[in-house]
Ligand binder design. Structure first.
Ligand SMILES: Cc1ncc(COP(=O)(O)O)c(C=O)c1O
Length: 449
């Protein structure tokens, strides 16, 4: 039998001691482990962080599109510390002031008659709860979701996910049906044609669908903004066929779009909304699934057959309450709308200056830059299959160069995802856009002749 030392992975001379330890003993997510190369962050303040090698970066993606309050939200840090001192954990059958008040706050900031919340610890779990609630409430099983979507990592949520990460988990749970997306730049269907397709699907399924689950503005699959009339019509279609509309606001929620939620951009009240990420500004892991009065009432005398040890974890809900108070007191939703339109203008300038920028799109501080190697044909550098294959693409190289230039930007398939903390200023946007401007020379140079 070989010892742990003998089976240890190859050393990478570019990693410091901590990074090497991490590389050896901790799984990197969604990766071939031989390609994992962790970067140790040692400090973070405002919209910036510093790594162990001394590189300082503007966090242009708010880490994983979740650090909506930036890295210095003192009130949230204080709420966490003080709840941990007063009592870090009580079972879900007990409550705390923060849990009750956060439930009330979520009813206040979400649209319409969304009123009662189930708390979990992640976006994945928020979606799992939404799927179960929709099935319990309607008595039906099927969930329609879309191909260009991400809804989570566990079996239910990855089965609802349309992106290629689902393929590794197939066949998944039964009853999960996929539909096309409103993706004007990259789909063979016009956005509203994709909705006609869903209408046809619902008709052919003969009213056996429990819910349609969508990100109102698609996040990690490329920042896809539907036409204004899409989401209202989708809700009508769902209801005409006895199905619920679930909006997954895990990424698009909490001011990201310049409104509280993505569905607010389209004036739609879904039947169920899932949240996580910005709910605590990423200061603590917390997921939430809120439902309308009618759905809440159903469970008065039907069992709500769901729960977790950490449902409503006191420290996490204290973080959530403090985060929402910070959004409100610092007027961050309005700020995101204002600086978001400035960001949009600056990205259009990049599109004008760089032939490899095929499209820029988005709302508020939720924007994407899609790259192309042949502009006329909209030929992408990164394809869906690259999401689960080894190696890197030109899009990864652009992101790496942006980091060198002082801006951290996440990239997914063929799109750079721009989703900075809502606290960002126009001057910081300018600084980050300068870094992107330099980095996009990499994709310009890699275009087909
Ligand atoms: C729209 C959406 N839903 C669900 C999830 C899953 O959330 P988590 O990673 O917190 O489990 C994500 C994560 O990126 C997401 O973007």
């Amino acid at each position: 039998m070989s010892s742990k030392k003998e089976t240890a992975i190859e050393q990478d001379d570019n990693l410091n001691e901590i990074e090497s330890l991490d590389r050896e003993f901790v799984f990197g997510t969604w990766s071939y482990q031989s390609e994992v190369s962790p970067t140790q962050i040692v400090r973070a303040e405002g919209v910036r962080f510093t790594d162990a090698a001394g590189n300082e970066c503007i966090d242009l993606s708010g880490q994983l599109m979740c650090s909506n309050l930036g890295h210095s939200a003192e009130a949230v840090a204080e709420a966490i510390a003080s709840q941990a001192r007063e009592g870090a954990y009580f079972a879900p059958g007990f409550t705390t002031e923060a849990r009750a008040r956060l439930g009330e706050k979520l009813a206040e900031v979400t649209p319409g008659n969304l009123s009662k919340t189930f708390f979990s610890t992640s976006g994945t779990e928020a979606v799992e709860a939404a799927i179960k609630i929709a099935r319990f409430y309607t008595g039906k099983q099927k969930i329609v979701s879309r191909y260009r979507s991400y809804h989570g990592a566990t079996y239910g949520s990855i089965s609802a996910t349309g992106d290629p990460r689902r393929l590794m988990a197939e066949p998944g749970i039964p009853g999960m049906i996929k539909a096309p997306d409103p993706y004007a730049y990259g789909s063979t269907l016009e956005p509203m044609q994709s909705l006609d397709y869903i209408e046809e699907m619902l008709m052919l399924e003969g009213d056996t669908v429990a819910a349609i689950l969508v990100e109102p503005i698609v996040g990690s699959n490329g920042i896809l903004v539907p036409p204004d009339e899409y989401l209202p019509r989708l809700k009508e279609l769902a209801h005409e066929h006895g199905a619920l509309l679930i909006c997954d606001e895990v990424m698009s929620g909490f001011g990201r779009t310049g409104e509280w939620f993505g569905c607010d951009v389209f004036d739609v009240t879904p039947d169920i909304v899932t949240m996580a990420k910005g709910l605590t500004g990423a200061y603590a892991p917390l997921g939430a699934t809120i439902v309308t009065d009618e759905i809440a009432a159903h469970f008065e005398d039907e069992m709500f057959c769901h729960g977790h040890t950490y449902s409503g974890h006191p420290v996490a809900v204290a973080a959530g309450l403090a985060a929402i108070e910070a959004y409100q007191e610092d007027d961050l939703i309005d700020h995101a709308r204002e600086v978001g339109s400035y960001l949009g203008e600056r990205l259009v300038e990049l599109e004008t200056d760089h032939p490899s920028v095929g499209d820029t799109r988005g709302v508020g501080l939720f924007r994407g830059i899609e790259l192309t190697k042949r502009k006329d044909e909209r030929e992408p550098f990164g394809r869906r299959e690259h999401k689960i294959s080894k190696g890197s693409t030109t899009v990864d190289e652009v992101a790496a160069e942006a980091y060198e230039q002082g801006a951290y930007v996440a990239n997914m398939i063929n799109t750079l995802i721009i989703a900075p903390p809502l606290t960002i200023t126009e001057a910081e946007i300018d600084e980050a856009v300068d870094a992107l401007d330099a980095a996009l020379d990499v994709s310009d140079a890699a275009m087909d002749a």
